[in-house]
Design a protein around this ligand. Structure first.
Ligand SMILES: [Cu+2]
Length: 392
């Protein structure tokens, strides 16, 4: 134990001195597989964050007072309940940015939460497999956190879901017991389903463990209004903003999480991706040999509404999954912050199709009904431009 802690401390000192990320060779395969390496790597990144903050004079963002985002299961019962209460409240809060004269064009927007879903639907092909995938989603979930606080009286921070802890059986996770302090339950089990071929990814998907509506705990009585647009075996809507009221469904599926969301997957992603293009492609599943990545694996592993490419934010769990994605990016950035803080690469169209110009840090990034536009540069630093948070 003492020995391992020393190695982490040494690695951290050398990371600062050389401003170079730790190497995967510093951990054994079993330490990578069982989460030890993940724990130590995130600690190194946090040590670097603290050091980095210490070099900034007069920053309004201070270590001791910043927002700390925690894994959902590490929060107190009361905090977990206030989070799900606030998330439900947002679904019962009227739209905030859609003007009354726009309502006819967006029949599926009935709530503030729906404005998030509609914005994601509208921008889907400009925020995935693009240069701004990570930055865009960072700001999207930050604004959600802020809305829970400003519109629904929430005093906590946005939790995240570390799916690696549950990769072998997400349906059995303590997050989804369906009690009052959980993130709700799995969907009701629909038996006797057959495999589904996913054309885009070229794989055969076995059915998950749920499939139906959430029937207990938070989110069992809510109505979602938009989408789906891309789900297999489902009647999809005919137009982007169509009103399609229904229950929230889930379908946890370890087929994905045990292949794409393990400690091995996430730790290798962080430590083996030296360059941004590798990191962002591999995370999303655009790297060869892995059609999902931790991002896609998480979406398909949740199943149901959260696996619809366009309308996935319908499920509040989307924001916990993307909290983890942002945690992974923040960790990767901080392992070599001087090289990785302001690096971007790619265009503004999905997989550069149709071809578009390379994005720059001066580009204006739209947030539709969610928030004002941002300059790309303002999405890169979790301690500046209105951000002041870290993961624990
Ligand atoms: Cu997305």
């Amino acid at each position: 134990m003492y020995f391992k802690a020393s190695i982490a401390a040494l690695a951290s000192i050398s990371a600062l001195a050389a401003a170079q990320a730790p190497s995967i060779d510093q951990w054994t395969q079993s330490e990578i597989n069982n989460g030890t390496a993940w724990k130590e790597v995130t600690q190194i990144a946090r040590d670097n964050q603290l050091y980095n903050l210490g070099t900034r004079e007069n920053s309004p963002c201070q270590w001791g007072t910043m927002n700390v985002r925690k894994e959902f299961r590490d929060m107190s019962k009361e905090d977990r309940k206030s989070f799900t209460d606030a998330a439900t409240c947002l679904m019962n809060t009227p739209p905030q940015r859609m003007r009354p004269d726009q309502a006819a064009d967006y029949p599926g927007i009935l709530s503030r939460h729906d404005e998030y879903v509609a914005t994601h639907i509208n921008l889907t092909f400009h925020i995935h497999a693009t240069a701004d995938f990570l930055g865009w989603h960072r700001h999207f979930i930050k604004h959600y956190e802020q809305d829970l606080q400003n519109l629904c009286g929430y005093t906590g921070t946005l939790p995240y879901w570390n799916w690696a802890l549950d990769a072998s059986a997400p349906q059995d996770s303590p997050l989804f017991t369906g009690d009052d302090y959980s993130m709700g339950a799995n969907g009701k089990s629909i038996p006797n389903r057959s495999d589904t071929y996913l054309y885009t990814q070229g794989i055969n998907m076995p059915p998950g463990t749920g499939g139906g509506c959430i029937e207990s705990g938070p989110f069992s009585n809510i109505t979602i209004n938009l989408g789906p647009l891309d789900l297999p075996n489902t009647k999809n809507v005919d137009s982007n903003y169509q009103y399609n009221p229904r229950c929230l469904n889930r379908d946890f599926n370890s087929f994905f999480t045990e292949r794409y969301n393990t400690f091995t997957n996430v730790t290798e992603l962080i430590l083996e991706s030296i360059y941004l293009e590798d990191f962002q492609d591999r995370m999303q599943g655009y790297a060869s040999g892995d059609p999902f990545g931790v991002h896609g694996g998480g979406h398909w592993g949740m199943g149901g509404a959260a696996s619809d490419f366009h309308s996935s934010p319908s499920d509040p769990l989307f924001f916990l999954h993307h909290g983890m994605i942002d945690n992974v990016w923040t960790t990767w950035q901080n392992l070599d912050i001087y090289r990785r803080q302001f690096i971007i690469m790619g265009t503004s169209t999905l997989g550069n199709s149709p071809p578009s110009a390379k994005m720059t840090l001066d580009d204006v990034i739209p947030f539709g009904f969610v928030a004002d536009d941002r300059i790309f540069r303002e999405l890169m630093d979790t301690f500046a431009e209105g951000y002041c948070y870290r993961y624990e």
